[in-house]
Ligand binder design. Structure first.
Ligand code: 6GU
Length: 225
């Protein structure tokens, strides 16, 4: 899968996508992430990509021309399945959306800044608007990194058996059960006996039960009947 991210601050995206699982996904050739500085398509030699908003009011708006040229120059090279705009007024990201997006071949992600992007770009280029939660970030970059990570780890071959996404919280509308590692006794705090017994049927039942309890208590809203 290929993800092209358009941003006024591409540096912000680099570190989060260059380590651990995202690094491995790219090294294995399963994921290709390209970041593009919007300034490359600036309207003048000063690198301008934003301007005052019509009607007045504080805050700059990202201009049509640089964004339209950025998207179209990418679209000239290949077909994109989605042109996504990261924005707090988009639909809230969840695991189901990540699963769906992980099946796509090529996507563009646009990171907003300031007051956002000119509405005409949203109307004519954007196919999907995504928020990562009900709070406001200074820009869309961290949100784009979150989206890329959550999609990237779902691509076949990225995770191995040990890190399998099948048992993640939310994957089956259940939170993950508690986990423990050595030692068996830390300051008198013991690992549940059942996990030490080696009876995998009982362990699976215990884990499912813990998942259910945890979900009922913490996230009754996601629990299926
Ligand atoms: Cl996608 N962008 C910004 N700026 N803030 C957010 C967000 C996105 N999602 C939640 N808050």
């Amino acid at each position: 899968m290929r993800i092209d991210i358009i941003s006024v601050l591409p540096e912000l995206l680099e570190s989060p996508l260059q380590h651990s699982i995202m690094k491995r996904a790219q090294e294995k050739g399963l994921l290709a992430v390209y970041t593009h500085s919007l300034r490359k398509w600036a309207v003048n030699e000063y690198g301008q990509v934003d301007d005052y908003q019509y009607g007045g009011g504080a805050g700059m708006v990202m201009m049509c021309e640089p964004l339209a040229n950025a998207v179209e120059s990418l679209q000239q090279e290949r077909k994109y399945d989605e042109v996504i705009y990261m924005t707090p007024d988009g639909v809230t990201l969840n695991q189901q959306m990540a699963n769906t997006l992980s099946l796509q071949e090529n996507i563009i992600i646009i990171c907003g800044h300031y007051k956002g992007i000119d509405e005409r770009i949203r109307e004519h280029f954007i196919t999907l608007e995504i928020s990562i939660g009900d709070y406001v970030l200074s820009g869309g970059e961290l949100a784009a990194a979150v989206l890329t990570d959550t999609i990237g780890r779902l691509l076949p071959g990225v995770l191995n058996d040990e890190t399998s996404a099948l048992f993640d919280s939310f994957q089956d509308n259940l939170l993950a059960p508690p986990v423990y590692t050595r030692p068996e006794d830390f300051r008198g705090w013991k690992v549940p006996d059942i996990l030490l017994g080696g009876n995998h049927k009982l362990i699976d039942e215990w884990r499912l039960d813990q998942s259910l309890e945890r979900t009922k208590k913490r996230r009754p809203d996601i629990l299926k009947d």
